[in-house]
Design a protein around this ligand. Structure first.
Ligand code: AMP
Ligand code: ZN
Length: 469
């Protein structure tokens, strides 16, 4: 299996640290709002990577954090007049709902930064002891990048080039730094902010240290894959390497994988540009399986432009696959017992070649775009060769293969049960009753359940209206 490694800038054969096991760490979102579909790209891509390893029989330990202490969370908490953890808990719950709707397998562990402070204090202490970090007069702890000789190896940057870039920038509040490239490991609290005790000052951790500590705690000092969006290469992942390798004394991650951006009009979809759609918004227009299929229709290292046309094309493509599987299910019920015919044996061989093509695409740095074309060919083969009276072995063979290959991509082939109008109206009445009783949690849960069944509610002046998505 070949994986493109950002570290070496080439595809490398995958050799796990421990045979039969994969230890993966994927940087998760900062939770101060609903996630947008750009944030969903790494979630979908690396869940698919995980699923493929599992399909190949590996035991995957998949860890992905939530950054639950951060300036943006604090800002939102001040705006709403609540504690920061009210904001982070709320959006972690919402993010988990979105991930479930995107059929993302739950991680082995989703650590929270605020629950790992002890480990961060330990690692920062070790870095100070070894001379890789220093304490400024105000209690801020900085990482001394010049001490780490490999600094820049991931982002292929040179410290002196970085230095000349920094000379132009006057940073206030960071006068205690020995070098402009040094970064914060621990910083003093400001009024009204959450803080923890430490040997250096009451304060909170920098962002980079949390991932080094969580990866170490839940996966060990040496991991196989560390992943995230390409904006994380520098400085986040570069700094993680500097921290982990200096503290632990061994190579941190063997393979560094980065997805390209989801763009809108060739610009990165981001909160700051305001050109984003939340996963929740998209779920009101499309089944989220369509979004998942859309994301996998391009190679993860290629930029992908989001557009209504491409979503429509993905919707049609997905429909073609699901209808193909549905037809095979019907034929399976009417299939004949007994041996496969010579022609069926021939076609079965063709199907096996397509599975090999699918696997070859996935093993070439997870080329899901080519893997999907193999799935389309398999659907076509099924459509053109299976009919009433085909042997059960043949029909079931193709059907089960398709189901398995779709499952690797996280595509659910089971058709959703259609709800009857009367059942929908009953649930809407229950939601109204819950709202009247001010049980908003229950009301939201009912709305969520309806959404999962493809029913979108709209609260209007004339009452609640609903439609099928
Ligand atoms: P953040 O909450 O901004 O730290 O982002 C969480 C994850 O989403 C990171 O891996 C980012 O690299 C990734 N990400 C954010 N925006 C995009 C985008 N437009 N396209 C692809 N990945 C993104
Ligand atoms: Zn991280």
């Amino acid at each position: 299996m070949k994986i493109y490694n950002t570290l070496s800038k080439r595809k490398e054969e995958f050799v796990p640290v421990e045979p039969g096991r994969v230890k993966m760490y994927v940087c998760g979102p900062t939770v101060y709002n609903f996630i947008h579909i750009g944030n969903a790209r790494p979630m979908i891509v690396f869940d698919t990577v995980r699923r493929y390893f599992e399909y190949k029989g590996y035991d995957v330990n998949y860890v992905s954090n939530f950054t639950d202490v951060d300036d943006k969370i604090i800002k939102k908490a001040i705006e709403e007049g609540v504690d920061a953890d009210v904001i982070s808990k709320r959006y972690i719950a919402e993010c988990k709902k979105d991930m479930e709707a995107l059929n993302i397998r739950p991680a082995t562990k989703n650590p929270l930064a605020t629950e790992e402070i002890c480990g961060m204090l330990d690692m920062i202490g070790i870095l100070i002891e070894k001379g890789y970090a220093y304490v400024a007069a105000d209690g801020t702890v900085y990482y001394r990048v010049r001490k780490f000789k490999d600094y820049g190896k991931l982002s292929h940057k040179n410290l002196d080039d970085l230095q000349s870039g920094f000379r132009e920038i006057k940073v206030t509040g960071e006068e205690g730094k020995e070098d402009p490239n040094d970064f914060v490991l621990w910083k003093p609290k400001k009024d009204g902010e959450p803080y923890w005790e430490s040997p250096w000052c009451q304060g909170r951790p920098g962002w980079h240290i949390e991932c080094s500590v969580m990866a170490k705690r839940y996966l060990g000092d040496e991991i196989d894959i560390h992943a995230g969006g390409e904006d994380l290469v520098f400085p986040h992942h570069e700094n993680e390497i500097a921290q982990s390798e200096a503290a632990n004394g061994v190579t941190f991650a063997k393979y560094w994988m980065h997805n390209a951006f989801l763009n809108v009009d060739n610009k990165k979809m981001s909160k700051s540009l305001g050109n984003f759609f939340t996963v929740r918004e998209i779920s009101e227009k499309y089944d989220l399986q369509v979004l998942r299929f859309f994301m996998l229709s391009a190679h993860y290292r290629s930029p992908l432009n989001f557009s209504a046309e491409l979503m429509e094309a993905s919707k049609n493509g997905l429909e073609r696959i699901l209808t193909g599987v549905e037809k095979l299910k019907e034929l399976s019920a009417k299939a004949a017992a007994g041996e496969m015919t010579a022609e069926e044996l021939e076609n079965k061989k063709r199907a096996e070649e397509l599975v090999a093509k699918y696997e070859a695409a996935m093993e070439d740095d997870f080329n899901t775009a080519d893997a999907i074309s193999a799935v389309f060919e398999l659907v076509k083969l099924g459509n053109s060769t299976a009919s009433v009276g085909s042997s059960a072995d043949y029909v079931n063979g193709i059907k089960e293969t398709l189901e398995k290959l779709c499952d690797v991509m996280g595509i659910i082939t089971e058709k959703k049960e259609e709800m009857l109008d009367s059942e929908i109206e009953d649930m809407i009445a229950q939601r109204q009753a819950a709202r009247k009783a001010k049980n908003f949690a229950l009301a939201d849960e009912i709305r969520g359940k309806l959404l999962e069944m493809g029913i979108v509610l709209e609260d209007t002046r004339e009452g609640v209206k609903w439609k099928r998505a």
